[in-house]
Design a protein around this ligand. Structure first.
Ligand code: CU
Length: 109
């Protein structure tokens, strides 16, 4: 009867341990982990010099070319350029692009 008790003990441990093991090794878990690593970041860069919709378009056109930029929305009223970028994207490249368009990046948040 002692062996049976041990067996039941092992079965019990397996039963408890299995859901955790399956969860951690399942493709679903791995995918959600990698998405978190290469996630998307939203940044707001303050831009001086934009006065109309044309300015916004000029900024957006240049910023879009920067590698890692997923979405860009410039707004002359608030003087901002909102970007959605892949995590790890160099913001300096985005600022350079804004300068290239003829405007002045003055900060970020
Ligand atoms: Cu303008």
């Amino acid at each position: 009867m002692r062996r049976l008790g041990t067996l039941i003990g092992i079965m019990f441990l397996l039963f408890i341990g299995l859901p955790g093991y399956v969860l951690h090794s399942s493709p679903l878990f791995v995918i959600s982990q990698s998405q978190a690593q290469e996630g998307v970041e939203e940044k707001v860069i303050k831009v001086d010099g934009m006065t109309c919709r044309k300015c916004e378009k000029a900024v957006e056109k240049e910023v879009k070319k920067v590698s890692g930029v997923i979405e860009v929305k410039a707004d002359h009223k608030s003087g901002t350029c909102k970007v959605k970028v892949k995590a790890g994207t160099n913001l300096e490249d985005i600022k350079k692009a804004i300068e290239k368009a003829g405007y002045k990046p003055v900060g970020e948040s």
